[in-house]
Design a binder for this molecule. Structure first.
Ligand code: RUB
Length: 333
């Protein structure tokens, strides 16, 4: 069916796909906001047309990036609250449900921060990877408790989200040491915690987060540094309860190797002495750019949520409580 999605929704979808809006919680917030905008601006004349537009908007948002489950969880939550007999009732229920979702998200992050802060002692040094608003909430709450915290911030190639983390920690007054990803093992000797966020948590307690998290966790285990994952329950992946795996996003190779740098490796195709390629497009160099990886539960010490902190192996109990057994997608109905 050909349903028009509000331009503002298409714009949000593009911002998510291009990572101008990024990070699992921020993506969820933006998606809920976009559904509210769609509801407000809808010119649908019948309840059926309104519902179809909202579902189309949700699909557009859903198709942007595959790994952070907070996105489908947000869409599902808002669409489940779309109720009413008239377009005006549907509009009202959808916008208030989206507002409720966004308030809950903010509240959950604050509560999670207070719980996570209990794990941080005065004077502790925390090593971070990528940029996680849930992880930063723990540090912020520890600072509010009057604790002195320092941070070792991994740069996080290729997109350097570590720079965002470093900037926000400096704004909070936290002394920051910025390192390249490859220096992590060396600097673990100076760290009391590894603190990361999550894009998805699977039912077995596996943590799906920025590429490099799993290697960091293995090194931390070897060094005896506890690994703490800060993840609101919106990061829990319902489909994994029935054995589905989480899709790992593969991003554009140019994030890793720009065209001009590629030419430095394989030439620009004009060098006649080079080995003849199998076909015109194949220069024999493959660049892969997975955005996320999976850290097995045995390398994670605690998952901190707004509902308390859990050893990864017991997260499934919380998932059953929150999701029950239903995993149908309202935008596919
Ligand atoms: C972001 C990332 C973050 C999680 C958690 O990856 O891996 O650690 O999304 O973030 P990307 P938050 O930059 O590719 O989106 O705690 O803010 O939800």
């Amino acid at each position: 069916t050909d349903v028009t999605v509000a331009p503002a929704v298409a714009e949000t979808a593009d911002d998510i796909a291009e990572m101008r809006i990024r990070g699992a919680a921020t993506i969820a917030d933006a998606a809920a906001e976009a559904l509210a905008v769609q509801a407000e601006r809808s010119e649908a004349e019948t309840p059926a047309a309104f519902r179809e537009q909202l579902r189309a908007a949700a699909r557009t948002l859903y198709e942007t990036r595959p790994t952070a489950v907070s996105l489908p969880n947000a869409l599902r939550y808002v669409l489940r609250g779309m109720e009413g007999e008239t377009v005006s009732e549907l509009r009202g229920s959808t916008t208030s449900r989206a507002a409720e979702f966004r308030d809950d998200l903010e509240q959950a992050q604050a509560t999670l921060g207070e719980i996570g802060a209990n794990r941080l002692r005065d004077g502790d040094v925390v090593m971070t990877h990528c940029h996680s608003t849930d992880a930063l909430s723990c540090i912020e709450a520890a600072l509010e408790d009057g604790k002195h915290i320092e941070a070792i911030v991994k740069e996080t190639r290729p997109r350097k989200q570590g720079h965002i983390t470093a900037r926000q920690l400096r704004e909070l007054g936290v002394p920051v040491t910025l390192i390249v990803d490859n220096a992590a093992r060396r600097y673990l000797d100076d760290a009391d915690h590894v603190l990361v966020g999550a894009d998805s948590i699977a039912a077995d307690g596996s943590v799906i987060n920025k590429i490099g998290t799993s290697g960091l966790a293995v090194n931390a285990r070897e060094r005896g540094v506890p690994v703490m994952v800060a993840a609101q329950t919106i990061k829990l992946h319902p489909d994994t309860m029935t054995g589905h795996t989480v899709a790992i996003e593969m991003r554009d190779e140019h994030e890793v190797l720009p065209e001009d740098e590629r030419a430095e490796i394989v030439g620009d195709g004009t060098d006649s002495s080079a080995e003849p390629a199998a076909d015109d497009d194949d220069d024999g160099l493959t660049v892969e750019n997975p955005a996320f990886d999976v850290t097995p539960p045995r390398h994670v010490d605690a998952i901190v949520t707004e509902r308390g902190q859990f050893p990864p192996e017991s997260i499934v109990t919380l998932m059953r409580e929150l999701f029950g057994e239903t995993t149908d997608e309202p935008w596919e109905r």
